[in-house]
Design a protein around this ligand. Structure first.
Ligand code: AMP
Length: 203
């Protein structure tokens, strides 16, 4: 069971992947979260992430392959944030061959541009346990994490300018990827505009 969840910023990739991960009992692998983790000890990477530009294929491929080789991925995984460009599609195919695995389905989540802006500009994250909050799921007291009580922060890349850039990058880069998987017959498009905390069967 290998699912790739695609979608521009704020389409609910993270939330829906987390639900699926629990439902199917396979890990949720989010490349953005892995990179933010790496960036804690890497100032240069932290600066690059702030710009909204993609990191190099070499770096992300290395980090991802190391993760996919782990024991907990042997029954499958949910990939969120990768592949982001056609070169990464080919890199993933090579990884799959080496691991003797096959992609089950690619699910693209779609929302309007206006909703993407509203969701992003309201988004908050817990710096401790990484739980996310937003317009559809605000914290109970308005500012602290429901789970661990830590004060919530805005992600450094969640601002209007960076968001516009990220949407543009997504539209340009995803087109050939979606095309590739469409031709393979494993692409499914799902409307993701309802509250992503609501369980929706996207499989
Ligand atoms: P995300 O949390 O998926 O929005 O990712 C946050 C940032 O991490 C992106 O804006 C990119 O800078 C970087 N990133 C995440 N996944 C990839 C990837 N597959 N290739 C290159 N950069 C990535």
């Amino acid at each position: 069971m290998i699912y790739i969840i695609m979608g521009g910023p704020a389409t609910g990739k993270g939330t829906r992947s987390t639900f699926l991960s629990k439902e199917l009992g396979i890990p949720h692998i989010a490349t953005g979260a892995m990179l933010r983790e790496e960036a804690i000890n890497d100032e240069k990477l932290a600066k690059l992430l702030k710009t909204g530009k993609l990191v190099s294929d070499d770096l992300i491929n290395k980090i991802l392959y190391k993760r996919l080789k782990k024991e907990d991925c042997k029954n499958g995984f949910i990939l969120d944030g990768y592949p982001r460009k056609i070169e990464q599609v080919y890199a993933l195919e090579a990884m799959m061959r080496k691991l003797n695995m096959e992609i089950t389905e690619v699910i693209e989540l779609v929302i309007s541009r206006e909703l993407a802006f509203r969701r992003i500009l309201e988004r908050r994250e817990c710096p401790n346990c990484k739980k996310q909050y937003g317009i559809d799921f605000p914290p109970k007291d308005g500012k602290n994490c429901d789970a661990c009580g830590t004060e919530l922060i805005t992600r450094a890349d969640d601002n209007e300018e960076t968001l516009a850039k990220r949407i543009k990058i997504y539209e340009e880069e995803s087109e050939p990827i979606l095309d590739y998987y469409r031709k393979k017959g494993i692409l499914k498009t799902v409307d993701s505009s309802c509250n992503p905390e609501k369980v929706v069967d996207i499989l």
